[in-house]
Ligand binder design. Structure first.
Ligand code: AMP
Length: 209
């Protein structure tokens, strides 16, 4: 039973870490970006509407994004918890998530902030453009997505910070290393993986800035 958010700039490795953590905690990873991409691929009405925004590196409108998250979190597999990757990204989305959680009588356990150097994330995204051929991974669009993150999404960390939910993790370095930093940071907050090596530990010697 865990409800987590992963917030970080494009290219900070959110998607990769989200799937690993979701598996570790036995909850679904819900990525709005993946849901939009699947809809674009399948040519649905939602995909057609979202595509233009995505290709330009703009945010898909809140009304559309909130509706898909509302539906996704109603699904039975998310009833025991979830890990949200790439949502919320705006204040209006924070408000919608607050409403959804309140109506279920649940709340977030933690918000993991992935911290990464902007030049490094641009380098990573340009590499991903070659590896995966994503339409929104050109340099201009990447820079625009980074600017949008700074303007609209980074401020959400203040909202969650004021609620005492944010834990910062250095996102640079080896993927396994970053996963273990996140698990350690969560264990330090009393959130432990079921049956994992941190399950019984009280605190941890490896503290994460
Ligand atoms: P991501 O894979 O998380 O980088 O998302 C890819 C693209 O999907 C973003 O650049 C946006 O166009 C769109 N998107 C994903 N999540 C959201 C969101 N929470 N709000 C608005 N647009 C989103």
């Amino acid at each position: 039973m865990i409800r987590l958010l992963l917030i970080g700039p494009p290219g900070s490795g959110k998607g990769t870490q989200a799937s690993r953590l979701a598996e570790t905690f036995g909850v679904p990873a819900v990525s709005t970006g993946d849901i939009f991409r699947a809809n674009v691929k399948n040519g649905t009405a939602l995909g057609l509407e979202a595509k233009a925004y995505m290709d330009a590196g703009e945010y898909v409108p809140d009304s559309l994004t909130n509706a898909i998250v509302h539906d996704r979190l109603q699904e039975v597999d998310a009833s025991g918890g979830f890990l949200l990757d790439g949502y919320p990204r705006t204040e209006e989305q924070v408000a919608e998530l607050d409403r959804l959680l309140a109506s279920d009588g649940t709340r977030l356990d933690a918000v993991v902030q992935l911290v990464a150097d902007p030049d490094e994330v641009v380098r990573r995204l340009l590499k991903r453009a070659v590896d995966q051929g994503r339409a929104d991974d050109t340099e201009d669009v990447i820079r625009h997505r980074m600017a949008l993150y700074e303007a609209q999404t980074a401020p959400l960390l203040n909202i969650y910070g004021a609620r005492g939910l944010v834990t910062k993790v250095d996102a640079l370095g080896d993927v396994d290393e970053v996963t273990s930093r996140i698990l350690t940071a969560l264990a330090d907050r009393g959130i432990r993986e079921p049956g994992g090596k941190n399950a019984q530990s009280v605190g941890s010697a490896e503290s994460v800035a």
